[in-house]
Every structure is written in C-alpha cells, then in structure tokens.
Design a protein around this ligand. Structure first.
Ligand code: ARG
Length: 600
C-alpha cells in the first residue's frame, strides 16, 4: 500500500496536472503549523517563477482542480500561495484499516531481493567488551534490522580482531608462564589437547599484562612480533594455542553480545581472510594499482577534489607484515565471492574514517567490488562521561560493558522499589528496562554525535527515554488486560480480533476528539517515518517517531476513558486503535533491538 505521503503527493500531482502545471510541484509536507492544518503543499510557491504567475492564483486553480472523494476535510489556498490540508476522519480510518490488516503494517520494502552486510562488532579477541564497543554494537544491530525491514537480506558480521600482534603477545606470555606446554615444543607431532590451558579470566589478565610489559621491554616485543609471524606462517603449536584463545574468547564475547540482544549471522575474523591477502596484493601490483614505495606496497588514493590530506593506502609494510587495510580489503574480496552484496555498511568509531575512505577508494580502484556496490561507513561518536571525555570507571579505567549494564539495571530496580513485585520479577524487569534505557539513550542520539551518558536521565520514566516508551507499551497492555477481563477474554484474543476488525465500519469517528485524530495521524505516518529512517540509516529517527507516538497515545489516554466508555462501538474502535498503536511501537522497538516487559 502507498505511504500516506505518497498518497497525498499523488492527489496533488494529479491536481497540478489537471490545472495545467507540472505534476512535480504536487509535493506535500507535514505542516509546520499544526494549529492551521495537518499537511501543506507549497508547490504553487515553487512553480510561480516558472509560470510567471502569482502563487495564490496557481494555488486557487489547484485547489479547484483537486479531486475530493472524501479524502480531505478541508483544502485551502492561503496567501501568499500555500495550500493547507486537513484529512478527513473517514479517510484516516480507511487508511488505518488497511494498515491493520496488511503485513508489516502495510510497509512496502524498497530493497527486496538485495543483500546487505553490516560489519559492526569489531571486538578484539582476548579483550573484554568495554563501553567503546557499545555504540557500534547497538547502532549496527538496529541498522541491520531497519534495513531488513526495508527488504534487504541482511547479514551481520562481527569481524573479530583475531590476528595481529595481540595474538603474538598472548602466545609469548603463555610461553613464559607455562613453558612446558606442548604447544611450544617444536618437535611435537601428536594431537594437541582439546581442552584450553586457560580460562577467559586468565586471558583477560594475560593480554593487558603482556601488552604493558612489551612497551617497556623491546626484546619481549620482538619475541611477540616473531611469534605473530610464525603463527601467521602456520607454526602448528601456535595455531593450536591460538585456536584455544579464539574459542575461549568467542564464547565469552557471544555471551556478552547476547546480553545486549545483539546477534551476528557471521562470526568471521581478520584471520579468515589471511590467505586471500597475498594473491590480492599480487594482482593489484600486476594491474598497476599498487606500487612499491620505500619498501612498502601502497595504493595512491588521492583525488583531485580532495581538500583534506589523503595519504596512500598501505597494503604491506616494509617488514612484510600485512596490516589493517589489507585485512579489510581481503574481507571485501571474500564478501564479493560469497555474497555479492549490494550494500555494505560499517559501523565503526568515527576516528577510523580515514581508514575506511582509503579502503573504499582502493577497493574501487582495484575492482574488488562491483561498481554498483555501495560502501558506507557510519562513523559513530563516543559515549562520554560527565566531563565530556570517553566514559570511564570511577578510578579512571575502561568500564566493562557487563558492569555498566549491571549498574543501570540496579538503578532501574531502585526506581521501582515501590512496585508490588516479587524480588525475582523485579530483577527480570529491571534488566529489560535497564537495557532499554541504555540502548535508547544511545540510539536516540544521531550515530555520528558524541553524547554524555547520564544514568539518571536515561533511566527516567518520563521524557524521551527507553523506560518511557516501554511504560507506554505496558500501559496499553494493561488497558487491554482490563478490557479482556471484563469481557472474559485474553489479551491475545483481543489483539487477534483487533487485527481483523473493520476499523471504519463499526463506528463513525467523524466527531473524534483532537487527541484521537492526532494519534491516528501519527500511526498513519508509520511507513513514511520508517522509510526515511532506513534511507538515512538513522535509528534516531525511529526513536523520535516512537517518542511522538507515545506522547500522542498518552494524551489520548488521558483525555478518553476507554474502559468506562459506554458507547460500545466507540469503545471497540478505540481498542482496535490502541492495539494498532501497540503494534507500531512493537515493530519499531524491535527494529531498535529493544524488548519490552509485560509489566513494570
Ligand atoms: N577491531 C577493530 C578495532 O578494535 C575494529 C574493526 C572494525 N571493522 C572493520 N571492518 N575494520 O579497532
């Protein structure tokens, strides 16, 4: 079905044409003067110059030419040439009825049949997830879900950092601590143990220790560098030990991402494309795309129009080691082979934007991806503490994500101290609401902006917060619950019936109060808002949409006594309306990967 805007644009394009003007002027917008009208068409203003006529004259002709089959309550040309538009209740009810019975609330996906890859984890093996990983994970999951809703076959890839010097450092440190392990015996030819010689807690201590130690001791660092090279060259014992590092670490990362409700379709890492790097570089050299420069292999990516520094993309360093850019390029080679993606989105800290610019240009220059494949880097801003610098623990360290999640849940639990809930229920609800507070607090800010993490603000039950949205959803469920118990039914049955309800027939809402119409208009705007958010890869637009929708629902709720309503047809109509509101909110929160509790 058409979006509300498409429908309005269609009506006005036809009217412009009928009045003898170009149809392209028939574009409508949501009114910025809601006190005067709901929508506006400013095409007469825009076309006045081309037709050398006063805009009001054109506007009058268009209004006269407009076919009104009951769609509009009022269409007025006003000075100097705006057209003010108010929809009829009847039309709105018909539109909502269609949305209600259609799949996906009538949303027509724009990218069916296309493949998308979202590269958004970027966690590094053997390091615990910390707050720096929060934004890419949360934003990436949401972008993936939004675009899947818009039709893409969407594949998320965690793209683990599992290959470089950190691995050599861990191997070196293990060789010091446990020199007798069979992995270090070069003459060993048997099977390696299947049990890892360390737990995640050991790894989390070993890595930072080795990292700090190597900074003070160049000979240790050199050892680690050699271990890295030997690992990459295929030394058996090192490969076996590294597999353990990978498995232990992946299991822990999975658990942490699961807790965030972030799920990857692919758990690939930088190591997976190692064997593709050498042939890729050779081909780029043979094609004249890459060249030798001071012992390194590089690709010039400067373009004439650049107004910023654009250093060459380094593929291989002078010591022969492949680096970050080459793993990203080889990953593109692999993705092209395996998935032929139409679109690849990277959600990675904005401080890496130069890297991605270099990688994208190199990929195009070398023909690694097809010319029509879109590549896009969403450079996320940081989550900052109250001092405006990246969020830290009280003692200045990097905050582990699991502790942050735990602290927020505790805060929510505190706020719900007055609720009549069992301890267990309170804990479960606090977890769900706390996570929503964190995610919504993040997602409601434009991805590229930095924001300040403010636990009191994020966990507030009023205002533009996750808990407020969830509270609204829970409120609707509780009304439905009351309605169900009066009629001896269940919420599920009520909702199922509402999906089939003939929204428009059983009650004429011609006299609908303002709050009812406003709520309906907001629901009808679902598709336009989602489409726009998906086009702009902007979860924050979904947040602002559901914040508006929640506000309008709450005004409607406060103005109308749904359960006490005596006109049964009207009451049924309202029940269908709030079921549809709930469905919109559920669909949107699902795109944000936010879950709602049954009560709170
Ligand atoms: N592991 C990298 C880091 O910690 C982030 C990886 C981002 N994704 C990518 N395809 N480069 O900086």
């Amino acid at each position: 079905m058409k979006t509300l805007m498409e429908m309005l644009n269609g009506c006005f394009a036809a009217a412009f044409e009928k009045a003898g003007y170009d149809a392209k002027y028939g574009k409508c917008n949501v009114s910025n003067r809601p006190d005067l009208c709901e929508f506006q068409c400013n095409g007469a203003m825009a076309s006045a110059k081309a037709y050398k006529k006063p805009p009001i004259a054109i506007a009058n002709e268009v209004v006269a030419a407009l076919e009104n089959d009951g769609t509009f309550d009022k269409v007025e040309a006003v000075m100097p040439g705006f057209i003010n538009i108010t929809l009829s209740n009847k039309m709105l009810d018909k539109y909502l009825l269609e949305m209600n019975t259609a799949d996906n609330l009538g949303y027509e996906p724009k990218n069916a049949g296309k493949t998308l890859i979202v590269d958004y984890g970027g966690a590094n093996v053997a390091k615990p997830l910390h707050v720096g990983h929060l934004r890419p994970a949360i934003i990436g999951e949401s972008v993936k879900r939004m675009l899947a809703f818009d039709g893409y076959k969407a594949i998320g890839d965690v793209h683990l950092g599992d290959w470089g010097l950190p691995m050599g450092l861990i191997i070196t440190e293990c060789s010091k601590r446990y020199p007798d392990l069979v992995y270090f015996d070069e003459n060993y030819e048997g099977e390696y143990p299947s049990e890892a010689p360390f737990a995640i807690s050991d790894l989390e201590e070993i890595y930072p220790y080795a990292c700090a130690y190597s900074k003070e001791h160049p000979e240790y660092k050199e050892e680690a560098r050699i271990a890295t090279a030997q690992l990459q060259a295929g030394r058996r014992g090192y490969r076996a030990l590294w597999k353990h590092i990978l498995n232990v670490s992946k299991a822990d990362l999975k658990k942490n991402y699961d807790n965030l409700n972030v799920h990857f379709e692919l758990w690939n890492g930088e190591s997976d494309v190692d064997s593709l790097i050498a042939p890729m570089v050779e081909k780029m050299k043979a094609d004249g795309v890459a060249k030798l420069s001071e012992g390194a292999v590089v690709v010039d990516v400067k373009e004439e129009t650049d107004n910023k520094e654009m250093p060459p993309c380094i593929l291989v360093k002078s010591d022969g080691a492949a680096i970050y850019a080459s793993t990203d390029l080889a990953t593109l080679v692999e993705r092209e082979q395996d998935y032929k993606p139409d679109f690849i989105v990277y959600v990675v800290d904005k401080r890496q934007s130069l890297h991605f610019e270099q990688v994208f240009r190199t990929a195009r220059k070398a023909g690694i991806i097809r010319p029509e494949t879109r590549l896009h880097h969403i450079g996320n801003g940081t989550m900052n503490g109250p001092d405006g610098t990246p969020f830290k623990t009280r003692d200045g360290g990097v905050m582990r994500l699991e502790y942050l999640i735990r602290d927020i849940a505790a805060k929510v639990s505190e706020k719900m101290a007055d609720r009549e809930l069992s301890a267990e229920e309170r804990e479960n609800i606090s977890k769900i609401v706390g996570l929503a507070a964190l995610k919504y607090g993040d997602l409601s800010n434009a991805a590229t902006k930095d924001y300040i993490f403010d636990v009191d603000k994020f966990t507030a039950f009023e205002g533009n917060t996750g808990p407020y949205i969830l509270y609204t959803m829970v409120r609707i469920k509780s009304i439905l619950d009351k309605y169900a118990s009066v009629s001896g039914s269940t919420i599920a049955d009520i909702r199922a019936a509402a999906e089939k309800a003939d929204f428009a027939a059983d009650y004429s809402s011609a006299d609908a109060v303002d709050s009812e119409k406003k709520l309906k208009l907001a629901i009808a705007a679902f598709a336009d808002n989602i489409s726009n958010a998906a086009d702009e890869l902007a979860p924050h637009k979904i947040c602002s949409y559901i914040f508006d929708l929640s506000n309008l629902f709450n005004s409607f709720y406060h103005e109308n006594k749904i359960i006490a309503e005596e006109d049964k047809a009207k009451q049924k109509h309202w029940i269908s309306l709030i079921c549809l509101t709930l469905k919109c909110l559920e669909t949107c929160t699902d795109m944000l990967a936010i879950s709602a509790p049954e009560r709170m």
